[in-house]
Design a binder for this molecule. Sequence first.
Ligand code: HEM
Length: 416
Amino acid sequence: MSVRQDLDRRLDAYFGQDLAVLGNPFPLYAALLQNGPVYRYGRGPATLINSLAGVKASMSGTVPLRNNGWRHGEHADGVLARLPERQRSVAIEILDYESSFISRVDGAEHRRLRKIASRAFTARRVELLRDAIRRHTNELLDEMTANDAPDVKLHLAERLPLRVIAEMMGVPAEDRDRIFGWAVAISHHFSLTESSLTVAVVAIDAFRRYVFAHIEAIRSGGDGADLARELLSGGEDEGLTPEELAALYLLLLFAGTETTTNLLGAGFLRLQTGSRQWQDLVDDPALVRPAIEEMLRYDPSAHYLPRYAVEDFELEGYQVRTGESMLQMIGAANRDPEVFERPDVFDIHRDNANAHVSFAVGPHFCLGAALARLEAEVMFSALVERFPDIRLTVDTVEYEGSATQPSIRSLPVRLS
Ligand code: HEM
């Protein structure tokens, strides 16, 4: 079998959501990198950018690529065309709605939305959340202690980010479970199965109606929702419309929950299974920040981002054509051997781990990066301090989700 045949066969499994490949796509990424910085996968159809330099250049905002590659470009067209009719129309309905998300628009409209959305992520606001993150972490750890079958994924990694977003949005505690249900339903639609799409469309609608009711409550004098008030304020151009607020909150729900859950879950798995990594962190808790950068490098929550070209241009010696879909393979770039020595070794002492692109770079750099880092810092510091002897009780873990966002199902532990 030729190298190309072998890569295509493995990419078929990857994009076909083969769970064995989703759980460990790294040998495939290594083979792609060995082949070159850019790979044309004809059956996608899509062109994969694998090298760190290539991914960074493609994210820089200086090449003619547009962000909404989930909806437009040959890859999106191919994926949609392969779906049965009913699934396709639901997928298009969701993708059209999501096309207004800050992460999917470009140029002047993106700059306007980003300027307003940044009000939610000022250093002051993020720092104000530190105490809330500590409180929620400790509450969840207390609940875990009382649980007969404690699980770091189900009882901690999956719950903390949602509680933090709910805190940001001013959602009352009694509504958290409902929001959590919607967030899970919406995040699963990436797998594009009929059931995940149907459930997601219902959840999106329910969530939108929830935000509109929230706005009504503010307008009729309700308090406790100062973020929404701030995002809506300023009038046309300076503030969000109610529909834009609903879209931003929805994006925050799925950009900020499952991604962070996967960082916390995968990070815990690597600390526990990597040679001496957990013990090193217990011995020197100040290593927590470099450890988080290594977690982000090693398991990026978004493994790839799709873009599409609106003009011909050259990237890393490859000639890109208008309409071509370019997939920024973050998972491969983070293990580029040109940049990271022994890239497949998880090492919290690595001195250049923060060269990763897990939060993207350029105009769409993740607005929640500081918040995600803070959540991880607080959670791992608390775990190390309260449960230095915690141990994962299984040898292998199972994955679910999609190629772009694989997720560990469960992380059962013994606390001491
Ligand atoms: C480990 C956790 C996280 C990872 C790995 C991550 C990753 C990313 C990536 C790769 C992008 C670029 C998306 C694109 O260009 O298509 C992005 C954008 C974004 N993220 Fe995150 N994210 C994380 C957590 C969060 C959190 C906690 C929030 C908010 C609560 C958040 C809010 C956003 C927003 C609003 C954008 C859009 C920025 C823009 O397009 O200008 N993220 N994130």
